[in-house]
Design a protein around this ligand. Structure first.
Ligand code: ATP
Length: 212
């Protein structure tokens, strides 16, 4: 049996209930043997100030998935001094796992629309398969032509014929209309986010005075 390994990267500022739901659906729908949650170190796409320190985002991500079967938090991007590109992390994982492993990476539907702006985006498909968690209201018409082409040609309906890389699969989890931006905004206004993040993360945010 080849390992089936998933990669889910994000800023996780903070890790929230939609991330948790995505992670569980990713693990269960793809049948992952291991899922690596990888908080971004210094995300190149984030230009505004105010990103929480990496160690806080790492700690919250760990709290969010504590006790979840087959889910690990991997701090490799945080340990790097340079910003990480997904293609680099997937290249590293591929060389660790070997050519026979089935490798998957997960993104949200909103990130899918930007995929063709990612570094070496075409080579992502030579390294891994792509799972997409769709946000409510997702329409393929919002995708740039080159991404829509991949979306249509790489989806396979028959999952008895699995490959190590190169396919796309939408996750069928019920979409959650929730973002970290909304959580930060609500907290900065003194609002209640207890229904949007795990209780352990809510406590951590309070103890460390984040997002005030
Ligand atoms: P922010 O609001 O700060 O941009 P976010 O909630 O989108 O944060 P990220 O850490 O940027 O969280 O997300 C990591 C990945 O999870 C991204 O691919 C993003 O598209 C996806 N994602 C986050 N929330 C959802 C959601 N509710 N439904 C689908 N995908 C989501």
């Amino acid at each position: 049996m080849h390992p089936i390994v998933g990669f889910f990267g994000g800023t996780f500022d903070p890790f929230h209930n939609a991330h948790l739901r995505m992670a569980r659906a990713f693990r269960d729908e793809i049948g992952l043997s291991r899922l690596l949650l990888v908080p971004a170190g210094d995300p190149y796409h984030r230009t505004q100030d105010g990103l929480s320190a990496a160690h806080h985002r790492l700690a919250m991500t760990r709290l969010g998935v504590a006790g979840e079967a087959r889910i690990e938090v991997d701090d490799r991007e945080i340990r790097r001094t340079e910003p990480s590109f997904t293609v680099e992390t997937l290249t590293e994982l591929r060389s660790e796992l070997g050519p026979d492993a089935e490798l998957w990476f997960l993104i949200g539907g909103d990130s899918l629309a930007n995929l063709s702006r990612w570094k070496d985006w075409q080579s992502l498909f030579t390294l891994a398969n792509l799972a997409v968690a769709l946000r409510p209201g997702f329409e393929t018409t919002t995708l740039p032509d080159e991404v829509r082409t991949e979306w249509h040609t790489r989806q396979v309906s028959d999952f008895s014929n699995r490959t190590g890389s190169g396919t796309i699969r939408p996750l069928i989890l019920p979409p959650v209309d929730l973002s970290a931006t909304r959580i930060r905004d609500t907290l900065s206004r003194g609002g209640d986010v207890s229904h949007l993040v795990p209780a352990s993360i809510l406590r951590y945010i309070g103890e460390h005075g984040l997002y005030r």
